[in-house]
Ligand binder design. Structure first.
Ligand code: MG
Ligand code: ZN
Length: 217
């Protein structure tokens, strides 16, 4: 059975959480990343869609400033080789993110990965403010902006074994649904607490090795 690798972006494909760095840099005193805001989301009181809306009220940036900032960061250099190897095997890769389309599309294109499908939230730059949009919110749990659970279900319905690769709390719905989980950071710890089996990884060279092992190669 072919596998679909659904990969988180911030903190996973991109070693730096670009979305968090952006929110911190463009809100007064980094307020959009303060614990008072993130805590209720980590504990589950607040969904990620609502968190994103609250954060965006604090953020002010033009599209040009935002892109100039996010271009300081680059992807895990092992991600592009992982994608090529995975596709050559007949498996699939999709990027699933609670971050924003503007830096995802830019970063993927700069890594020569513009053809890799991705799903993310959208950020509209308006004079004096930014407005988040959630094109993927309809099929999810109702609390996430872009619920990764729906993407897992979509790929499974198409006949794939599903693998969620991620590092954080925005991956929880996806990890609950996926056939297999590859995790690090907060997601790995959360999986251990929830009794969800997860393979640890440190970078995409490691994910590629796990994928090869599962493929029997
Ligand atoms: Mg992440
Ligand atoms: Zn969800």
């Amino acid at each position: 059975m072919a596998r679909a690798f659904l990969c988180d972006f911030d903190g996973t494909i991109s070693p730096t959480d670009i979305g968090a760095a952006f929110a911190r840099a463009f809100s007064p005193g980094g307020a959009a990343e303060h614990d008072e805001l993130l805590g209720p989301w980590v504990s589950g009181e607040l969904g990620h869609r609502e968190l994103t809306e609250l954060q965006c009220r604090l953020i002010s940036a033009t599209a040009g400033e935002a892109l100039a900032f996010t271009r300081r960061f680059t992807l895990d250099p092992h991600f592009a080789p992982f994608v090529r190897e995975t596709l050559a095997r007949g498996d699939q890769v999709m990027v699933v993110s609670e971050g924003f389309d503007f830096y995802l599309a830019d970063q993927l294109a700069r890594a020569g990965l513009q053809d890799v499908p991705f799903a993310a939230n959208r950020l509209r730059f308006e004079p004096g403010c930014v407005v988040p949009e959630f094109p993927w919110s309809a099929g999810g749990c109702g609390r996430c902006g872009n619920c990764k659970g729906q993407h897992v279900r979509h790929w499974r319905a198409r006949g794939f074994e599903t693998v969620l690769v991620g590092d954080g709390f925005s991956d929880r719905c996806g990890a609950r649904e996926a056939d297999r989980v590859v995790a690090r950071g907060d997601l790995l710890e959360w999986c251990a607490r929830e009794g969800i089996a997860a393979r640890p990884f440190s970078d995409f060279a490691g994910v590629a090795a796990i994928a090869r092992e599962w493929a029997g190669a």
